[in-house]
Design a protein around this ligand. Structure first.
Ligand code: KG4
Ligand code: ZN
Length: 334
């Protein structure tokens, strides 16, 4: 089955072609980060307009790169939510109209399901069950995954997401938007032991997180130490956030008896998180699976892949709605 995947939930337009026999054939991405950077964050209306500009050229690109035509498609998957309503509607409208014109099914995919299954686009995918640490710009969740659509929420953030904490801390340090990658780069040049920041909820005995207090602690530290100490502050922040993510992920594995851990979402690209998690997990006999670096952040490949899993079971219903808010644990099992 050849599936076109379309991602347009936020500030990246991603399109990809996934074949259930031959795997990922091609993918293309246009990032709007430079455009939103001038405003310090995503401007929803500008995001929607830019998705409109990019979505068809990217679709033509992935088809021509893989030597396929629209007539070869068996189905189309698009991000149905969660995300920005206008941005979601661009992908959903394009995918639904194209599928209708071609007489093939279309399926709406949960953005976080796409992230969570993205490590499966690999020659050595993890088997079910596994624990998934989802760390994106808007979500931080620990899930027990026993199959496609079989998700049990173990814990989540009570306030800011991990990515949001990286972004807000980066902003406090004058690093622009989105700050995660820049903060991580700066942290690599700093001394993480110079300043001690709190590790919120480290010993709370559950799998929930809280990152807003950490952000406030950074603000206090920046006022006290000054921006000349930015590298050491970035390193201290990263060490604190990563310590909590690693500890809770390993505790969730122990709690659920899983010896496989999947890390997905933008913060999964963080080198310090990857190094520490892989080391500490190995010491406990747990294997960690990451998506390819380029598939940690938003992309069309993860939507095409998740869509291919779901399309086999989809009813070709011509109506559609986007879901700007959507709980991952409420999905149907396939
Ligand atoms: O998954 P994603 O692309 O978008 C959402 O679905 O939200 O995640 C974006 C988030 C941003 O907060 C960004 O700062 C963060 O992932 N991020 C990182 C790194 N690369 C991206 N955070 C820490 N270290 C990184 N290397
Ligand atoms: Zn995402």
């Amino acid at each position: 089955m050849l599936v076109l995947g379309v991602e347009s939930s936020c500030d990246e337009t991603g399109v990809a072609l996934y074949d259930s026999v031959h795997g990922l054939l091609s993918h293309a991405l246009y990032s709007q980060i430079a455009m939103h950077n001038a405003y310090g964050g995503v401007v929803p209306e500008l995001a929607s307009r830019d998705h409109i500009r990019r979505i068809l050229p990217l679709t033509r690109q992935v088809l021509s790169e893989s030597g396929r035509t629209l007539a070869d498609l068996d189905g189309i998957a698009y991000t149905q939510g969660p995300g920005l309503a206008g941005a979601l509607l661009v992908g959903a409208g394009m995918a639904r109209a194209l599928a209708y014109a071609l007489g093939i099914p279309a399926v709406g995919v949960h953005h976080l399901e796409g992230h969570m299954l993205s490590p499966l686009i690999s020659d050595t995918p993890p088997e079910f069950p596994f624990v998934a640490l989802l760390v994106s710009g808007g979500h931080t969740q620990l899930m027990l995954v026993s199959g496609v659509g079989r998700y049990t929420l173990l814990g989540e953030t009570l306030d800011d997401a991990a990515g949001e904490a990286f972004d807000k801390t980066a902003q406090l340090l004058g690093l622009g938007y989105p700050g995660g990658p820049a903060l991580s780069k700066l942290a690599a040049t700093g001394d993480a032991s110079r300043f001690k920041l709190p590790r919120p909820m480290l010993n709370s005995g559950d799998f929930d997180f809280s990152f807003s207090g950490l952000k406030t602690a950074v603000l206090t530290l920046v006022r006290k130490a000054g921006l000349s100490q930015a590298a050491d502050i970035a390193a201290a922040f990263q060490a604190a956030a990563v310590a909590v993510l690693v500890s809770k992920s390993l505790a969730a594995c122990a709690h659920s008896g899983a010896n496989r851990l999947v890390v997905a979402g933008g913060v999964g690209a963080n080198t310090h998180l990857r190094e520490r998690l892989t080391r500490e997990a190995a010491a406990r006999g747990i294997s960690v699976f990451y998506p390819r670096l380029e598939f940690c952040t938003d992309n069309g490949a993860m939507i095409a892949y998740a869509g291919a899993q779901r399309l086999a079971y989809a009813h070709n219903d011509l109506t559609f709605a986007v879901k700007p808010r959507w709980e991952l644990a409420t999905l149907d099992a396939v």
